[in-house]
Design a protein around this ligand. Structure first.
Ligand code: BEZ
Length: 237
């Protein structure tokens, strides 16, 4: 509890259980992770309501919300602002802002009010060298078992790449479902990497693969085809 409430030095790590919390949000109270059982969660923070970079990010996430839903993923935002600020900002976005062809964007996912910084500190979102009063742009990918699977931190001045955020989610789900690893810049439809140990026989078997399914660049680096359709079917897109 000490850690959860006071320590800005706590940095959750990949493979850790995501810290549990209760919070007030624009969609009512939430208990995390119990309210989101069986779902992937992207928990992300932004520095402040009524700021331009954050507005561009929320509009982008809002526009993509259905794509995350189709991937069984709940978006949850957070900043060190109060509930009424959140409500007023999201209303302004919906009613007034037109940006890059996006307009009338309604944010339906919960946005946590965290004036006490309790949640932000538990997730290492307050990084005093960057700001003592605002959260950095953190993105936590949490799997349906409540385990942190990927973490990205961006500074205050740089908006996130939302294609990459979606690519990471799809990549994690693909790696889990097909028991494969994914090479640099992988996207659905690209070849995937088969595990080195165990399931595909010895290194010699793999190099001399008779099935014609594997392409081996060396004994430790073999790929196989995995079509975009197979990935989309499995991930429920
Ligand atoms: C922004 O979202 O525009 C922003 C927020 C905090 C610091 C710098 C930029």
């Amino acid at each position: 509890m000490e850690n959860l409430e006071n320590n800005v030095n706590v940095m959750p790590r990949i493979g850790d259980k995501a810290p549990a919390f209760e919070a007030v949000t624009t969609q009512g109270k939430i208990s995390f992770p119990s309210d989101f059982k069986g779902k992937w969660v992207i928990l992300f923070s932004h520095p402040a309501d009524f700021t331009p970079v954050c507005t561009s990010e929320f509009m982008t996430f809002g526009k993509m919300a259905a794509e995350y839903e189709a991937l069984n993923c709940q978006l949850i935002g957070l900043s060190i602002d109060g509930l009424y600020s959140h409500i007023a900002w999201l209303r302004t976005i919906k009613e007034k802002i037109e940006y890059k062809g996006m307009k009338d964007i309604e944010i339906k996912f919960p946005l946590i009010e965290d004036v006490s910084m309790k949640v932000a500190k538990a997730y290492g979102m307050v990084q005093p060298g960057e700001s003592e009063t605002q959260a950095v742009r953190a993105v936590f990918f949490i799997d349906p078992k409540g385990t942190i699977r990927t973490i990205i931190y961006y500074p205050l001045s740089l908006g996130r790449n939302f294609d990459e955020i979606k690519r990471i989610l799809i990549g994690l789900q693909t790696a889990d479902n097909f028991k494969v690893a994914l090479p640099a810049d992988w996207r659905p439809g690209d070849d995937v990497i088969v595990p080195t140990a165990g399931s595909c026989g010895t290194a010699k078997d793999r190099m001399e693969d008779k099935s014609g399914e594997l392409t081996c660049y060396d004994w430790f680096f073999c790929t196989k085809k995995l079509s975009k359709e197979e990935v989309e079917k499995k991930l429920g897109k």
